[in-house]
Structure formats: C-alpha cells, structure tokens
Design a protein around this ligand. Sequence first.
Ligand SMILES: Nc1nc2c(ncn2[C@@H]2O[C@H](COP(=O)(O)OP(=O)(O)OP(=O)(O)O)[C@@H](O)[C@H]2O)c(=O)[nH]1
Ligand SMILES: [Mg+2]
Length: 232
Amino acid sequence: MRDAAIVLLTLNEIEGLRAVWSQVPVKEFKEVFAVDGGSTDGTQEFLREHGAGVVVQPIRGRGVAFRCAADASSAERLIFYSPDGNEDPADIVRLDDALVAGADLAIARRFGPGAVNEEDGETIRLRARVNDTLSQLANRLFHDGPRVYDTINGFRALRRSALLELDTTVKRFPIEYQITIRAMQRGWTIAEVPTREGQRIGGERKAASWPVGLDHLKVLLTELPRSRLFGA
Ligand SMILES: Nc1nc2c(ncn2[C@@H]2O[C@H](COP(=O)(O)OP(=O)(O)OP(=O)(O)O)[C@@H](O)[C@H]2O)c(=O)[nH]1
Ligand SMILES: [Mg+2]
C-alpha cells in the first residue's frame, strides 16, 4: 500500500468520472478522495457510492482545492488527478514512483519527446504555444536544472509537506504554475513523466483561455523578485 493519496479534482465531471473510474488504481493507495468545487451533476454522489471521500471546498478554485487537499490528507504524498478524460489514469502510479525515486515534484508532461497533447494534429495549436512560452519563461527566469516542458499541467504529484512549505497563494487555475516556479526557486528536483493527453469526456471546460492566460502572467510577475533578473 502506497503512503499516498489520489486527490480527484472535480467540478461537474460525472461523465468523465464514470468513464475513467474503473482505471483509477484505488486499491494501491492509502487514500482516495475528491476535492469538489460544488458539483451539482451527481459527481459527489458517484464518488461517495464508490467509497471515495468528498471534501467540498468553501470557495471555488483549483488553487483552493490544492490547499484543501493538503489539509484533509494524512498521506505522505499527494497525486492530483482530474477525471475529465484529459489525464491517463495509468500515469498516477508513474507520478508516485517518481516521488519515491527522489523527485520533489513530478509532472505529467504533454509536450517534449514521447508526449502527446490534445492539440497535436491541429494546425494552429494556440494553447500549446502559450504553454510553451510560459514554460520557457519559467525555465529561463527561475530554473537551473534540466528543462521542464510542461510547467502548468495539473496532473502532478508532490509530498504533502512540500505543498504546505510552498505556502501557495493562488486561488484559481494558475496554482500549478506557482507550484512549479516556487519549486524551481528552491532548487527542488522536478521529474517529468511523458503522457498522452486525451480529449475531454462530457462536461464543460472551466478554464476560459484568455483570463486564465493572463492569470498565469500575473503569477510570473508576482514571483519575479525571486528570479535570475534580481540575482536569485
Ligand atoms: N475541486 C475543483 N476542481 C475544479 C475547479 N475548477 C475546475 N476543476 C477541475 O479541474 C479539472 C481541469 O479543469 P478543466 O476545465 O478541464 O480545464 P482544462 O483541462 O484546461 O480544460 P479542457 O482541456 O477543456 O478539459 C477538471 O477536472 C475540473 O472539474 C474547482 O474550482 N475546484
Ligand atoms: Mg480538462
């Protein structure tokens, strides 16, 4: 049994959840619970029926959800998994293995050698370009180690104590970017696992592209005082 928790992040994901649940490796993990942003589509009921705990957030936002998870769990390691079809449940174990092997932060990367993201095959690939720009900036400004290809993906794992130590402030989507940048600032070991991103199954996207893109830039600016530009 792994001293780790699978943390499902859910906000009205009943269709995706039904599709992926049987592939989530629940038996191998000490804890499996969801942090839910206030679903009204049966997501919470499905989870409880299948033996998963449900922590309902006091206010919405993925950043808030990460903090709720750290407070609610007593496992050593946390693997964050969004059951909307984008993330391959087979990678849950791989991410935990990367932590056990010594990484401080493990990220499922949708870019770089051997990886596939949902825009591959399309011509414009706007989201991939924005992601690449954000990742290149983070690497140049904050990182000494090997290139991190996917600094913003939510499918990731870290020790609960590490998440608490990072003392994150972001309440909404760019929480992952802040976690990655703060890990880079501390010189932590970041491991990436190549993944195949699937298409969303049902439900609706919650991350509106432009506002979320700007929120990422705000995170970058907030973290800038601890960057190479200022001698860090
Ligand atoms: N707990 C919690 N989960 C959330 C919240 N907002 C979004 N999520 C979940 O976070 C995951 C990612 O959100 P998405 O809307 O799929 O964002 P995305 O993956 O960039 O968008 P798509 O590519 O369209 O799937 C999903 O499982 C959502 O249900 C929130 O406020 N609280
Ligand atoms: Mg998604």
